[in-house]
Design a protein around this ligand. Structure first.
Ligand SMILES: [Zn+2]
Ligand SMILES: [Zn+2]
Ligand SMILES: [Zn+2]
Length: 722
């Protein structure tokens, strides 16, 4: 297909000023062409056939011929018709002429192999591509289009891509491993895929793609519907294919330049379609994560440079493309040769092994664990030592060291003044442990703890260890129903999606702790669901017990809007949040807006009514930047916030201060809360709700590697502006 700019140049598109003269003529030509075709029908049956077969493209080429050859200069209708007759009376002449015209067209206006009547893959003809495959492809293409890669990406920004393992592909090789986005500077929007980075570089000319003989190039261009072949338009209509943007649709084909520099086009195979699908999905997820590198770009250049980048995401195959595996790990890197360094372990497992499988335990899960037992980290020099070789302060037992040397140094420098305080914090162990539960409440090694409950790598529990850390938050594939989400616990061991049995009174249920909740839900204390419900019930507890204004709104049957900052693993625990709806017990509504960089791009902007009374909005980004667009909240919450670890919180805290709204924070241990207080105070916020144990903390104790403080998810809660 011709690029838009080329059509503009020939006057076939009429939105550019200087070509007014051509426009007039093209209108004339169009009129003449119609008349001409009418005449021709009478002349020759063969011609009629040719003309009818040739579709819009030929009309354009013929019109172009007239224009470019200057026929219109010489003749009116008579000359035109004569030329057309000359051209069409003989098929060979016609073919030769079209070829000639096409070659000249390319010489004058060409932008390389991107140009040309690559008839586009007739997807209907690809073996294995049924209607739903085609629909999925168009959906994938539209999803990518929406992320607007062309806003930032230029042909110089090459990407390396890997889909699954090499052995998944015929020839034991990734079919196309280098991606280039084109059209960001104008012209057709699309992307090209090369078999290697080397191919890509060979074909990159100064301003356009260069033809290199016998090198194949997979092209996906987003074409305006009105410029497409009628057959293609028909396909779009009959299958109700999703448009990209307003009126564009992907056109996919593979182009190759022969040794005589002619272009040949072919259809993709089904395997290649699968490959393109995975790439489109993966790139739409990861390209927004590219960070501009301000240092390395020359000042005079408008082209943006990005920091070296590598990311692996799981892409879910549409059911008709899944060949046994529902998920495939796709790695996208920029520049293409970019390799994992720190992330080497994660890639080794997520990309090159069976993709649907979690990371292997000995390499990634429980990084503080190895085969010989627990690894502890020295709080002074960060060195890792085996549990039995590490030492801790004899007095407080809170801090671990690799050696007496480090211990002595720490004592002199800081620990002398904190040891007493740490001892007090350590002494709260008893008080914080929840004794009502009948399952093991110590998860020193999360994978093993889950295994002991027969929940390892199941349902929502997949977020409780690091086996699925390669899968972005919120994107753990969901299969099955509530029972699967709870990892196959017994029917009576997890909260059913049903109202609480209450005696007709409709009013939010006020809860004092797990014991009351378990009783109300008739859950046995052997059920570990409290560990996952902790986030949802902590939010509910804050709204109904700690924030008086929210409680009053709910009691009046009104809606409470919560800004929930920095969600991560809980993005995969929506069934737990649905429980809030039942607790509201027929009164009031809650809208939770989860905002944070952990929200994946393709979930950002989505709203879901996870249950009748709870609505969830997900927004990707930094709170202070996104808050302007959000409905203003009644309460702000940040769970397991780790304020002291992330400087990015600074801006959010300034905003909390200027809004003057109640904000609640939880953190895992008393020492981290002490740090949170410090950060809040230095942001000018006054702590009005002191650090108190949260009755809805997880009952499962977690373990740090350099300190031994009692630590639980959402252990303590504190608040400002309350
Ligand atoms: Zn040390
Ligand atoms: Zn000590
Ligand atoms: Zn695990």
């Amino acid at each position: 297909m011709f690029s838009r700019s080329s059509l503009v140049k020939t006057g076939l598109l009429s939105d550019i000023g200087p070509s007014v003269r051509l426009q007039k003529h093209s209108a004339l030509i169009a009129r003449n062409l119609t008349i001409g075709l009418g005449l021709l029908k009478k002349v020759n049956k063969f011609v009629v056939q040719t003309v009818l077969n040739c579709t819009a493209l030929v009309k354009r080429i013929v019109a172009f011929t007239i224009t470019s050859l200057g026929v219109w200069k010489l003749s009116g209708l008579k000359g035109f018709t004569k030329t057309l007759l000359d051209l069409t009376l003989n098929k060979d002449i016609m073919d030769a002429h079209l070829k000639n015209v096409y070659a000249r067209f390319q010489e004058q206006y060409g932008s390389g192999p991107g140009l040309g009547p690559g008839s586009a893959t007739c997807l209907k003809k690809v073996e294995g591509a049924n209607d739903s495959v085609i629909r999925s492809l168009y959906r994938g293409a539209a999803a990518l289009y929406r992320t607007g890669p062309w806003k930032r990406l230029r042909p110089g920004h090459l990407f390396g891509v890997r889909v699954g393992k090499d052995t998944d592909w015929s020839g034991k090789k990734q079919p196309f491993s280098c991606v280039q986005f084109i059209g960001g500077d104008g012209g057709d929007l699309g992307f090209y895929m090369f078999r290697s980075e080397n191919d890509a570089k060979k074909m990159m000319g100064a301003r356009e793609t260069i033809r290199v003989p016998n090198v194949e190039l997979l092209r996906v261009t987003y074409e305006v519907e009105s410029l497409m072949f009628p057959s293609h338009r028909k396909l779009i209509k009959t299958l109700a294919l999703e448009a990209s943007g307003n009126d564009r649709f992907p056109v996919i084909d593979i182009a190759r330049c022969t040794s005589s520099y002619e272009l040949k086009f072919r259809n993709l195979s089904f395997e290649e379609l699968r490959f393109v699908y995975a790439i489109m999905r993966a790139i739409s997820l990861v390209h927004p994560l590219l960070q501009q590198d301000h240092n390395s770009a020359p000042k005079w250049s408008r082209v943006v440079c990005f920091e070296p980048f590598i990311e692996t995401v799981d892409v879910q195959w549409p059911s008709e493309m899944a060949k046994g595996n529902e998920l495939v790990a796709v790695t996208v890197s920029h520049p293409p040769g970019q390799g994992y360094e720190e992330k080497a372990i994660a890639v080794a497992n997520s990309t090159f092994t069976n993709n649907i499988e979690p990371l292997k335990e000995e390499t990634s899960a429980d990084l503080n664990v190895n085969l010989n037992g627990i690894l502890r980290q020295c709080s002074v020099c960060d060195k890792q030592v085996h549990g039995e070789q590490s030492i801790c302060c004899n007095h407080c037992r809170a801090v671990n060291y690799c050696s007496p040397i480090c211990q002595k140094q720490d004592w002199k420098e800081t620990h002398k003044s904190t040891c007493g305080l740490y001892k007090v914090m350590m002494e709260r162990e008893e008080e914080l442990a929840m004794k009502i539960f009948m399952f093991s409440c110590s998860a020193e090694q999360p994978c093993k703890w889950l295994e002991s409950l027969n929940l390892h790598q199941k349902g929502m529990w997949r977020r409780k260890c690091s086996c699925y850390s390669h899968c972005p938050y919120g994107l753990l594939p969901i299969k099955g129903d509530l029972w699967d989400s709870w990892g196959g616990l017994n029917y009576n061991e997890y909260p059913q999606d049903t109202p609480f049995p209450r005696d007709g009174m409709s009013s939010p249920i006020l809860l004092s702790g797990w014991s009351e909740y378990y009783h109300l839900r008739s859950l046995p204390f052997s059920s570990p669901v409290a560990d996952i419900l902790s986030h949802a019930l902590t939010v509910y507890y804050i709204l109904t017990a700690l924030s008086i204004s929210s409680k009053n709104l709910l009691l009046k049957g009104k809606e409470v809007i919560v800004h929930y900052l920095g969600p991560e693993g809980e993005l995969d625990w929506m069934p737990a949040f649905a429980e809030i709806s039942h607790l509201l017990n027929g009164m009031g509504n809650i809208q939770i807006v989860m905002v944070g960089p952990g929200v994946p791009t393709n979930l950002s902007g989505t709203t879901s009514g996870i249950s009748s009374r709870v609505r969830m909005n997900l927004v990707r980004g930094v709170y202070q930047e996104e808050s302007t667009y959000l409905p203003s909240p009644h309460v702000i919450v940040a769970l397991n916030c780790g304020l002291e670890c992330y400087p990015i919180w600074g801006g959010a805290l300034d905003l909390v201060k200027s809004m003057g709204l109640p904000a609640f924070f939880t953190d895992q241990s008393e020492i981290s809360c002490a740090n949170v207080k410090q950060v809040l105070r230095s942001a000018g916020l006054h702590i009005t709700h002191p650090v108190t144990p949260n009755p809805f903390r997880s009952p499962v104790r977690s373990h740090g590697s350099s300190t031994n403080f009692p630590s639980y998810s959402n252990c303590f809660v504190l608040g400002v502006n309350t």
